[in-house]
Design a protein around this ligand. Structure first.
Ligand code: PEP
Ligand code: MG
Length: 897
């Protein structure tokens, strides 16, 4: 049985990564390509399982490992445990799926009291040799023997204190002091455990291998796998490799190189090099590294670049990097070490890149002829595309580096980053903004009454509410930056103040104070931070064009106003998938009229207000039809809970009573009777259409009259009327009759025919179950996954922010992601599958879409592709992300076939 593969050995042809792990596979592949890699070998993942079952390494595994080690010794001209020319090795974990930092690594194995002297003599650097020994004792002491890491760290700080400066860099500790310190660490291990650090190098080797395999089972790694859905049984491989040192003088060093610029995508080597240093010194940032190329150096400092100081090394590095990019067919991020003028590649991986770089690289690779458009667009991260399209702040990490940390955080409800003065009232927001001030509207939650303030504000923050709350949905529709559900905010409207509690105390902010908010990650910062404008990337259109050519699903927009429709079209929408008609009542005047409709005493009074609304609705529909000429427009009849339209304040009540011509007390008691405890599950959606048919009939008539007008004006109109919150097929059956009747009435006598469809949203579990019956009355179905998530989980979309964070990764880790942002495939997804199957059983050609917020999330879009939806619909700013994600999903499905 083959348990050990040297880097030069040909591994089994299939499932190599499962057997050798990601790291082992990379090293094996690079070695066999002829890339200079320090020699070594990998013990397979299979041994991980055997070790777990049997508790020890078999003689067979040991024999194969020793044989491979002998080959490393021969290659290096050194021997493991030999004081004259000691070979040092690293022992590292590496599973088939990357688990960064979750498992253990031990470096410098092979040092003891005598080999450290050999290393000192060979390197002519005692400090270096004893520092390497110290690192081994610490790592081994912690990982294998189990001594608390902090004890070693404390001892080191103590030593530095004795030497005069507890903050001195390790490199300033003199050789003698380091040697004494190694002795102290050995004593510490004996004191803290009942074993001692093994002098015998072979014992070190087996101890290290054992622990690296065992680190698969540490609680951190187990939890990480659970979160990422990585199977618990697969195990890690263990790689043993000769150590190389970049800190052996001026012809040595370490660096990081990218095959192209990861920040802007420009071709050409990019990276940094630190002379006489190990890799960790580059990362630690104690000294400033030099650029690799003279062109990348600051003017006047070109001679410090690697290209100028070590031209041979630079040339070799260039050719190896080119080879790696060609082989892996992607931009590489490479760690390398130069030991006395010899280049060693330690690791290569696909480079992380900004969205701007990703787009540029994709188009360059196609232009260079190495990639097809299909391959190139699969390499662009659709989620990151948001970076390109909106203003943003530097990353949270980068800001932290400058000492800037958020004072609170919530949900990234709508992307963008803005600075403004705090305002807690919508009318004040409108007033201040009218005076030319940039304002950020902060509310506990928002409601239809806040629309004017939301429109006027540059950004919106709420203390409660989830990713599909009123504020989140409306902000996305308006294209405004929004952070929702910042539960640490305690707003006192009367004092015009907000207090924020955190571990470091309570912060109080007043109306007018300046803050900056980041809707891309949900962070709130004090003061005005520098916001970067959305980048203009010339290659973007090309990438979008390829995506459009390659996707199967149609992409529509959720747009409610003529201007949103125009924006949607500019972002590439192929129709409107959801026009929320309640959003058309946003102005104060219109809300008041709807309020009167809702609170009218009888039909006669109600009809009077409906008549007032009718032309307003018709004109809006007309504008939308005109701007979406030739494309389908799905108009959803009113869905907001009637409760939302009830007056909240005495002054609102008095206005409405006046309009109705009734005493305030009468209207008040009527409003009280209509008050709901749970409006989200109350009198809303199609239920209003059933109980107050005139309202829906007015909307239906307005749609058909607008359609006829647009059609007469030479536009091609494709209206689709959609009913929300349907749970009974009968609801649809009844209302379909109304729709068809009004359509006939409006068209009678006209020679224009409107090509319309009638359909329903599916947003309740019962509707999924009876989808076959619903389909009998529906030309199309659109899954409303905001409500379907709410009703499947039984979690309120408005109140989830109070407890959902506790369920997520930063809390108890029960959920890997907010199900209102990314579709819960296992639960909600299963209901959708079932509904699709049942709907198609009665109506095979039924058109199927999705219009919840998940329609703009790449991973949810992949699910939609898999289950064969015809389209997804999302808010206009997310359209480019959705277009790219749909193309990538289509390509993945083709590959899977
Ligand atoms: C939904 O529920 O997914 C949906 C799109 O409708 P709304 O968000 O308006 O309830
Ligand atoms: Mg809904």
């Amino acid at each position: 049985m083959h348990y050990v593969y040297r880097f030069v050995d040909e591994p089994p042809s299939d499932n190599i990564v499962e057997i050798l792990g990601g790291k082992g596979t990379g090293l094996n592949r690079m070695t066999r390509m002829g890339v200079p890699v320090p020699p070594g070998f990998t013990i397979t993942t299979e041994v991980s399982g055997i070790l777990r079952r049997e508790g020890h390494l078999s003689d067979g595994v040991r024999a194969q490992a020793l044989e491979a080690l002998a080959w490393v010794e021969q290659d290096q001209g050194k021997r493991f445990g030999d004081p004259a020319a000691p070979l040092l090795i690293s022992v590292r974990s590496g599973a088939s799926v990357s688990m960064p930092g979750m498992m253990d690594t031990i470096l410098n194995v092979g040092l003891n009291a005598s080999t450290v002297e050999g290393l000192a003599a060979e390197s002519q650097n005692r400090r270096f040799a004893f520092d390497a020994y110290r690192r081994l004792i610490q790592m081994y002491g912690n990982v294998v023997i189990g001594v608390d890491q902090h004890l070693f760290e404390e001892a080191l700080v103590q030593l530095k204190g004795q030497l005069g400066d507890p903050r001195m860099p390790d490199t300033s500790i003199p050789a003698d002091a380091m040697q004494d310190f190694c002795g102290k660490l050995l004593e510490l291990i004996e004191k803290e455990s009942d074993t001692s650090f093994p002098e015998d190098c072979q014992a070190q080797l087996w101890g290290a291998i054992h622990s690296v395999f065992a680190s698969w089972e540490n609680p951190r790694a187990i939890r990480y796998r659970k979160m990422q859905g990585i199977p618990q049984h697969s195990g890690t491989a263990c790689t043993v490799q000769a150590m190389v040192f970049g800190n052996l003088g001026s012809t040595s060093g370490s660096g990081v190189a990218f095959t192209r610029n990861p920040s802007n995508g420009k071709p050409g080597l990019y990276g940094e090099f630190l002379e006489n240093a190990q890799g960790e010194d580059v990362v630690a940032g104690i000294r400033t590294p030099h650029p690799l190329t003279a062109a990348g150096a600051m003017p006047g400092r070109e001679t410090y670049s690697l290209e100028s100081t070590m031209p041979d090394v630079f040339e070799r590095l260039c050719s190896e990097l080119k080879r790696l990019e060609t082989h892996y067919r992607d931009v590489q991020d490479v760690e390398f070490t130069v030991e006395r003028g010899r280049v060693f590649i330690l690791q290569t991986r696909a480079a992380k890149r900004t969205a701007q770089a990703a787009v540029r690289i994709a188009t360059d690779l196609v232009a260079e002829g190495s990639h097809t458009p299909e391959e190139a667009i699969s390499m662009v991260d659709a989620v990151a595309l948001d970076q390109l399209l909106h203003a943003r702040l530097p990353s949270e990490q980068a800001l932290k580096g400058q000492g800037i940390v958020p004072f609170a955080r919530g949900l990234p409800a709508s992307p963008g980053a803005v600075t403004g003065h705090l305002v807690f009232d919508s009318s004040e927001a409108e007033k201040k903004s009218g005076e030319g001030m940039d304002v950020i509207l902060v509310r506990r939650e928002t409601s239809p009454e806040d629309i004017h303030g939301m429109k006027a504000a540059r950004g919106i923050v709420t203390a409660t509410g989830g990713m599909t709350s009123h504020a989140a949905v409306v902000a996305r529709g308006l294209g405004k930056c929004c952070v929702a559900g910042v539960s640490s905010l305690n707003i006192d409207y009367s004092a015009r103040q907000v207090s924020v509690s955190s571990d470091s105390g309570v912060l109080e902010l007043d109306c007018g104070d300046v803050v900056t908010i980041d809707g891309g990650n949900g962070c709130l910062y004090l003061g005005a931070l520098e916001v970067r404008a959305a980048a203009a990337v010339p290659e973007f259109d090309q990438v979008m064009q390829w995506a459009d050519d390659l996707r199967r699903m149609r992409i529509r927009a959720n747009a409610d106003t003529p201007s949103a429709a125009t924006t949607a079209r500019a972002f590439g929408a192929e129709g409107i998938g959801l026009c929320r008609t309640e959003h058309m009542f946003f102005s104060a005047e219109r809300v008041e009229t709807v309020r009167a409709v809702v609170l009218a005493a009888d039909d006669e009074s109600r009809n009077q207000f409906l008549d007032a609304l009718f032309p307003v609705q018709r004109d809006d529909f007309l504008e939308i039809f005109r701007s979406m000429d030739g494309l389908p427009v799905t108009i959803r009849l009113l869905d907001w809970p009637l409760h939302e339209f009830l007056p909240r304040t005495d002054s609102e009540l008095s206005v409405i009573a006046k309009r109705l011509g009734e005493p305030e007390a009468t209207v008040k008691s009527r409003a009280e009777r209509m008050h709901e405890v749970n409006p989200m599950l109350g009198h809303r959606g199609v239920r209003v259409g059933i109980t107050m048919p005139q309202l829906y009939k007015m909307q239906i008539r307005a749609i058909f009259e607008a359609a006829l007008l647009a059609s007469r004006g030479g536009h091609r109109v494709l209206p689709e009327i959609m009913l929300p919150i349907v749970s009974l097929p009968e609801e649809l059956e009844v209302l379909r009759v109304d729709i068809d009747t009004i359509a006939n009435e409006v068209q009678s006598g006209s020679d224009h025919r409107i090509d319309y469809k009638v359909g329903t949203m599916i947003e309740l579990p019962r509707a999924c179950m009876v989808a076959h019956k619903i389909a009998a009355f529906a030309d199309f179905i659109s899954f409303g996954t905001n409500d379907l998530t709410q009703t499947t989980f039984g979690v309120s979309r408005d109140d989830s922010a109070a407890f959902l964070p506790q369920y997520l990764e930063d809390g108890r880790g029960l959920l890997s992601v907010d199900p209102f942002s990314r579709l819960d495939v296992e639960g909600v997804g299963e209901l959708i599958r079932l509904a699709i199957e049942r709907a198609r059983s009665t109506r095979p050609d039924i058109k199927l879409g999705l219009c919840g917020e998940h329609g703009g999330d790449p991973s949810s879009i992949q699910f939609c592709e898999k289950v064969g939806l015809d389209y997804v619909s999302c808010s206009p700013p997310r359209l480019p992300v959705a277009r790219l994600a749909a193309a990538q999903a289509a390509l993945r499905s083709q590959d899977a076939r």
